[in-house]
Design a protein around this ligand. Structure first.
Ligand code: BGC
Length: 756
């Protein structure tokens, strides 16, 4: 009875909050938007909801791209298009971007109401489509830094360089849960843990948007892909997922809720279908949860062609027109159409036929125009080229270098073989050793990143960085294998025998989305074979894994003396690795995903107790490396774990402190990870969950006290009626090798047994 009362109460409070929100006094921008909407025709409104890709308004002749006068006229003056995205082909220089954006905005100024176009781009690890930009490590590597400040700084610089490219809208960050290691977009995520994702996500969003998203150095963030994209059943991109509502709220939703709180102005929708319902058709997800519960008031844009796909792929709409009706009524504000104007034509018809209410159109257009005002586009549709002297500067690339250095994760270091001395002979080999593709990954200069060696020719691959570090004469190189076949292995073996140490670079080339689908998580056999052949030389192997997801490397890895994970670490990744290998930097990255040992044993660290295995079952949780794992060249000890009280009660805060000491010989950074486990709960509790982290820098011998504050809300979970509750009971804290227990005692929420 009591439980029902509480639930009803929660619903009532939600409803109150919602009505309070709708009654919020209108801001000046809202008033301007309303006044503009009052002047708009249906066609002009629907145009604002239409987003087309650059190709629709461009001509490219002999590789020379330009905005086509007739096509842009048609887009703006006939269809009143509100938004354009992407590039035609590959990255442009800043000068070309200026021409592109100026031409588009000049056309917009000729339309009756002179509404500026909002241009969007995937600047997901720096401005991917502007030559000379600063390319950072991909999100997976950013997560490995466990450093919120670095994520924030990278966000600020990316925003600066995006505006320097005259673009105000960034389709980033990805806040998807990187749950299935097969999924080709793992590297675009902040890893598998909801707390890590939400913390890094909020940091990068505030970097993108600053205090005033409308100033000349900030851009609108676009949290994506709402919701449940990261765990397709098959591991293949844009294939069905089955995710119960409770799980959705426990693991997938929190990063988006946090991003809304951080002020993210826009959101992109997941192209997949969950429990058979495409998210683009889900009123529950797009309106009830997103607006009603999260109170998001920005733009919800579809992903690429996803309204069309409700008909073509998902088969939930019998016609394209029905697809438009379903999506817009569900809550899609803008359609990334992106190739033609049928969305526009159908939507005008649907409103005239009364199948989509004008109120829904006004709501969507209000959100779009509001963001355009907030971005300052009405006053400044094109930026000033002279305002961005730091674009592509050394100052910015230093931040990227620092990020890569803090990301790279040392997984094994037998007999302290690393760091290497600089006066030795090194043999560098493997398919990822001499290509920028394995440092930058996808979304680098092109969608698939396949031209990074051309566009980032001035940057150092792993091979070049090692050559620079210890001198060309000390380095020999043979690829040994391409991504999936052996290449002159005999030459590689010969060169290995003449060296003191082998740096074997395995992993992946660049890819994204469906192009990156795989049928097997194992690294291609040729790469393993190369590793095994080289191991036979008896020379120590330093295994470098340059890859976007944790491919199975167990056989190759069993032969290595040291193992280093570089992820896709960006344009400075080669230098960062060389600094680490030769001791000019001390590694401090930690795995933001579980590194599986076997291709069919894919369990995330926040597993259930049942997945741990027992004495009769030797097949329980046994990854190659656990989430959060990572070594340093120094050592740290944890002491004096202290909690402020043995019992945590409603409305109280528990203060947790621990002393961390650098017990080694050199300065080092340590990610201090706070795990909490609930011992018993009405829903089988996860074995442990990350509930806080901090990154500290310690001189040799130095000790710092790290403090965390925990409230009952921070240890809550989603129960069997999809409500977030904290049940009374015992909790265990783990910090390094230290543990402590406390009890949560509640006067309001029933315990697991239903008793207070
Ligand atoms: C991707 C999005 C991206 C969009 C625009 C889609 O295919 O799923 O992440 O923002 O394209 O480039």
């Amino acid at each position: 009875m009591r439980r029902i009362f509480i639930i009803i109460n929660i619903f009532f409070l939600n409803a109150l909050a919602l009505s309070a929100q709708t009654k919020k006094p209108e801001s000046d921008i809202d008033k301007k938007v309303d006044a503009l909407i009052a002047k708009m025709t249906l066609e002009e409104k629907v145009g604002q909801m239409t987003e087309v890709t650059s190709d629709v308004v461009s001509t490219t002749t002999n590789g020379v791209h330009e905005i086509d006068a007739e096509k842009i006229k048609e887009a703006i003056l006939k269809y009143h298009v509100g938004s354009i995205l992407n590039v035609s082909g590959h990255a442009y220089d800043r000068k070309h971007w200026y021409e592109v954006i100026s031409t588009i905005q000049a056309e917009a100024a000729k339309d009756r109401l002179k509404i500026p176009v909002i241009y969007g781009i995937d600047a997901i690890h720096g401005v991917t489509y502007t030559t000379g930009s600063t390319l950072f490590p991909q999100e997976i590597a950013m997560a490995a830094t466990f450093n919120k400040e670095i994520a924030h700084k990278a966000g600020e610089i990316t925003a600066y360089e995006t505006r320097a490219s005259y673009i105000p809208w960034n389709y980033s960050p990805v806040l998807d849960l990187g749950k299935s290691p097969l999924w080709p977009r793992i590297y675009e995520t902040f890893g598998e843990d909801p707390y890590l994702i939400k913390t890094m996500g909020a940091s990068i969003i505030t970097g993108y948007q600053g205090n005033d998203v409308g100033d000349k150095y900030h851009v609108a963030a676009c949290m994506k892909h709402y919701l449940g994209y990261g765990d397709p059943l098959s591991g293949k991109d844009r294939t069905p997922a089955w995710i119960p509502d409770r799980y959705m709220r426990e693991y997938f939703l929190p990063p988006f809720a946090e991003a809304v709180k951080a002020g993210a102005r826009t959101l992109m929708i997941n192209s997949g279908e969950i429990n058979g319902v495409p998210i683009h058709a889900s009123k529950y997800m797009l309106t009830d949860v997103l607006r009603g519960e999260l109170h998001f008031d920005g733009i919800a844009v579809s992903d690429w062609r996803d309204i069309e796909y409700l008909h073509d792929r998902h088969h939930i709409a019998a016609t394209q027109k029905e697809a438009v009706m379903i999506a817009v009524n569900a809550g899609v504000d803008m359609s990334m159409v992106p190739y033609e104007y049928s969305f526009y034509n159908y939507l005008v018809e649907l409103v005239n036929e009364g199948k989509v209410p004008m109120s829904r159109i006004n709501e969507a257009v209000h959100r779009i125009l509001k963001v355009k005002y907030q971005l300052g586009l009405f006053d400044r549709p094109v930026g000033n080229p002279d305002d961005y002297p730091k674009f592509g500067s050394d100052e910015f690339s230093q931040v990227s270098l620092n990020a890569a250095t803090e990301a790279i994760t040392l997984l094994k270091n037998n007999n302290y073989i690393l760091p290497l001395k600089k006066d030795i002979k090194v043999f560098v080999t493997g398919p990822t050793a001499n290509t920028m593709r394995s440092l930058d990954g996808g979304w680098s200069y092109t969608w698939q990143g396949e031209q990074s060696d051309l566009f980032a020719a001035g940057k150092n691959t792993i091979l070049k960085a090692i050559q620079q570090k210890i001198g060309k004469d000390n380095v020999s190189y043979e690829p040994g294998a391409s991504f999936d076949s052996l290449k002159n292995v005999d030459d590689a073996i010969k060169a290995a025998k003449n060296s003191d140490v082998i740096v074997l670079c395995l992993g992946e080339l660049s890819y994204t989305e469906n192009v990156g689908n795989i049928d097997d998580l194992n690294l291609p056999a040729a790469q393993t074979q190369l590793a095994l052949e080289l191991a036979k030389t008896g020379k120590p192997v330093i295994l470098v894994l340059a890859e976007g997801r944790p491919r199975i490397v167990t056989a190759a890895e069993s032969k290595s003396a040291a193992t280093v994970m570089t992820y896709f670490s960006g344009n400075e990744g080669g230098d960062a690795l060389a600094n680490i290998l030769f001791g000019d930097a001390n590694p401090s990255g930690r795995l933001p995903v579980t590194y599986p040992r076997y291709a069919n044993a894919l369990v995330n660290y926040y597993r259930k107790n049942l997945e741990n295995g027992n004495s009769d079952d030797q097949h329980g949780y046994n990854p190659l490396y656990e989430f959060g794992y990572g070594l340093s060249y120094t050592t740290f000890s944890y002491n004096n774990l202290h909690i402020s009280k043995p019992d945590l009660k409603d409305g109280e805060t528990l203060t947790i402190t621990v002393d961390v000491k650098n017990t080694g010989q050199r300065e080092g950074k340590e990610s201090v990870l706070l795990y909490i486990s609930e011992l018993y709960a009405s829903i089988a509790p996860d074995t442990k969950r990350l509930r806080g982290f901090d990154k500290i820098d310690l001189q040799a011998g130095e000790t710092k006290t790290v403090t965390f504050k925990i409230t009952p809300k921070d240890i809550a979970f989603v129960n069997d009626v999809s409500k977030t509750v904290t049940e009374a009971g015992e909790f265990k804290i783990q910090l390094g090798d230290q543990t402590q227990s406390f009890n949560y005692i509640s006067n309001t929420v029933p315990s697991r047994t239903g008793k207070l």
